[in-house]
Design a protein. Sequence first.
Length: 261
Amino acid sequence: GCALEKKVVKSKLGEKVGLPCCYEIPSSESLHNYRVYWQKNTTEVVLAYSEGKMIFKDKRYENRTEMNTRNLTLWISPVEILDNGPYQCIVQHRKVLQNVVVCDESVTLFVTADFSEPNITAEITARSCESTEMVVNCSSHGGFPKPKISGFFNNGTVQWNAIWVLDARSTYSVTGKLWLNVTKDSSITCSVEYDGLAKSTSLLLKKTDECVVPTVPQSYNVVTASIIIMIIFLLAITLAARYLPRHGKCSPFFKKQSLTA
């Protein structure tokens, strides 16, 4: 039962993790009587001990690994994403004329990294009286393993157009994009799921209220009435300017004719 529990060891990026060996040196003996090999992927030697001294250590694990000289646990700190994988602890007891294998068992290290809280942004691309068209982006970074991105819009699931990027630390960044037609104030939720965990963020998308009911007929009537009134006014002025002065000039003439008569 204990052996099965030791098959998989989980750790978070940057933490200190111990990989247990399948053998513990009895108190009556010392490491001097053993050869110990810690290997990764059955071919890459992480470190090796012989006659109580370390005789090899992989450069990638330099300054990050040490082994307990009693229970032979391999300690790694800080753990990296690239440390993921199966490890083997092989212990040989040095006897006369031969080395006897007393332990050969593997343990798998599974390193995870937490993703950041998803960040949601929305940009309006078009609007009308009935709806507002938006492009919604959701992004999260710094996690491992490769995540799934999902979401809800108006209580229905949405399918993000997702892009994953692997950075120099072997952690993932993910960005999802949606094109939405918003007809009323609605909530969009983005979830990033990894290793049985999930981080979610929600954003309220507001339909713009800048639409004004067309008032063209009313404006047209007002303008039309104004133009008619203006025309009548101008006609009145024109007629007044045309006839009143002429009537004034004729008055002396009529007076002169009457005197002559």
